[in-house]
Every structure is written in structure tokens, then in C-alpha cells.
Design a protein around this ligand. Structure first.
Ligand code: C5P
Length: 244
């Protein structure tokens, strides 16, 4: 099976059609962007690292009854995935206040939330990916009320599973972004990637607020050693077996 037509090129990945209409091939790039692509750069080895971390985490979730688009990784930087139509929502789950939650609410960085917060952002670069209310989301018909409830439940269950997994890695899962898609039967599958590009991950062995950062905030905030941090996440993730 050879990759064919390019279907979509995003900031960090390229999606190709394959000979099988039910299968896409996702190529993970080394390109890094932040602040809606206003800041651009390259992180050496990132494609391979993010594909490996995502592959491992998708298998963990599948083993725990979360349907994902993951099939396998034919090469280090490529992932075969089930063909889905992406729902144009960025579903963010937060356990600890950071990033835009602090900027928009005044909550202090590091404040532990009493319960996980699930937020829906409109995946629309031209509009700057705005935070949506439930009513705006339904107004735009981005999902049905039933789908929205299902997305919320899946996001919370994924948070439980990933938080417990990262805990075993000595890493705190601060927050993360998910994307979902619909397959040809309208079943919702977890799609996209789960990696240090899309999660905030804090090293539990570090107390210094900059040194503990193991994710894309190192790139966003020019903290240095981005590759090293991603590599350390990869090593710890691969060290933990995938278990139901
Ligand atoms: O910037 P903000 O605090 O809203 O980001 C919340 C989480 O979602 C972070 O882990 C960030 O890496 C992730 N995110 C993402 N892609 C976006 C926006 C946020 O992966 N376009």
C-alpha cells in the first residue's frame, strides 16, 4: 500500500489517502508552530517522537475501550489511521490551571482544579480557534446534543486513563487537547495525536516552574532543550506497558 494524494496539510502533520478508502496515512512533521502559527520553528526528531508517543497512548486507550483512529506505524514518522471526517472542535481537558485558562480567568498558574474542566474550541484558524459556549456550538451545528454529551464523556474518561498513565511515568498531566472524527458509520473515534505538542506535561521530579516543563511550552516560551524534553517524555512513556 503506497501513500497517494495529499488530503490535508496541517502545521504538524500531513494526511494522505491510501489505496484503501477506509485508511489514511498521517505523516508527523518536525515543524513546530505556536500562537496560531505566528511563531514557527523546527524541533529535531519531533515527528518520530510524537508518532511514537501518540501510537503508544492510542494503544493504551484502545485497550481501555476508547475507540481511536490508530491502526499501526509502518515507519517511524508515519501512522496508518482509520479514515474519519474530523469534527471541527478542539476539545481541551484541564486538571491544573495554565495557559489560556490563567490568562482569561486570572486563576494562578498551577492551581489544582476541583474537578476536570472540559472546554470546546472552534477549530478555525481564520477565527483564531475561539472558545465556544454549548449554545454557540449547537447554533453552528458542529455537533448534535447527543454527540456533544458523548464527546464530553469520552474526554473525561480519556483524562482518567491518561492522568493515571502519566502518573506512573512521574509526569503530571496538566491539560491537553483532543480531536475527534466520524467514521463512515458515524461512530465517533478519537483522532489526531496525543503528544508533548498537544499536552502540558510537568516532570514530578522538578519543582522549578520552568525546569519541570516537558512539553511545547518549552518552544512557546523559549525555555530551551525542547528536543531533550520530548525525548525524555518518549523514554518514560515507552517504559510503561499498555494495560487495560
Ligand atoms: O493554550 P491553552 O491553555 O488553551 O491550551 C490548552 C491545551 O491544549 C495545551 O495542552 C495546549 O498544548 C493544547 N492545545 C493544542 N492545540 C491548540 C490549542 C491548545 O494542542 N490549537
Amino acid at each position: 500500500m503506497f501513500a497517494r494524494q495529499k488530503l490535508y496539510e496541517g502545521k504538524a502533520k500531513i494526511v494522505y489517502a491510501t489505496d484503501d478508502p477506509d485508511v489514511f496515512l498521517t505523516h508527523f512533521k518536525n515543524d513546530a508552530t505556536a500562537f496560531n502559527a505566528q511563531k514557527r520553528g523546527q524541533i529535531a526528531g519531533k515527528g518520530e517522537i510524537n508518532a511514537a508517543i501518540s501510537g503508544h497512548l492510542f494503544q493504551l486507550l484502545e485497550a481501555n475501550s476508547i475507540p481511536t483512529h490508530f491502526i499501526d506505524r509502518p515507519t517511524a514518522e508515519d501512522m496508518r489511521v482509520k479514515a474519519v471526517k474530523i469534527i471541527p472542535l478542539e476539545v481541551v481537558v484541564r486538571n491544573i490551571a495554565a495557559g489560556s485558562l490563567c490568562q482569561q480567568t486570572g486563576l494562578e498558574l498551577g492551581a489544582v482544579l476541583k474537578q476536570p474542566l472540559v472546554e470546546f474550541y472552534y477549530k478555525n484558524d481564520a477565527l483564531g480557534d475561539p472558545l465556544l459556549t454549548r449554545d454557540r456550538l449547537l447554533l453552528l451545528e458542529l455537533a448534535t446534543p447527543e454527540q456533544l454529551d458523548q464527546l464530553q464523556q469520552m474526554a473525561l474518561r480519556i483524562n482518567e486513563l491518561l492522568s493515571a498513565f502519566f502518573q506512573q511515568c512521574g509526569i503530571t498531566l496538566v491539560d491537553f487537547k483532543l480531536e475527534f472524527g466520524l467514521d463512515r458509520n458515524q461512530q465517533i473515534l478519537l483522532a489526531d495525536e496525543i503528544s508533548p505538542d498537544t499536552c502540558r506535561l510537568w516532570d514530578q521530579g522538578e519543582t522549578d516552574p520552568d525546569r519541570r516543563v516537558m512539553d511545547k511550552d518549552r518552544f512557546r516560551r523559549d525555555l530551551g532543550d525542547v528536543e531533550g524534553a520530548y525525548q525524555r517524555v518518549l523514554e518514560r512513556v515507552l517504559n510503561q506497558p499498555v494495560q487495560p
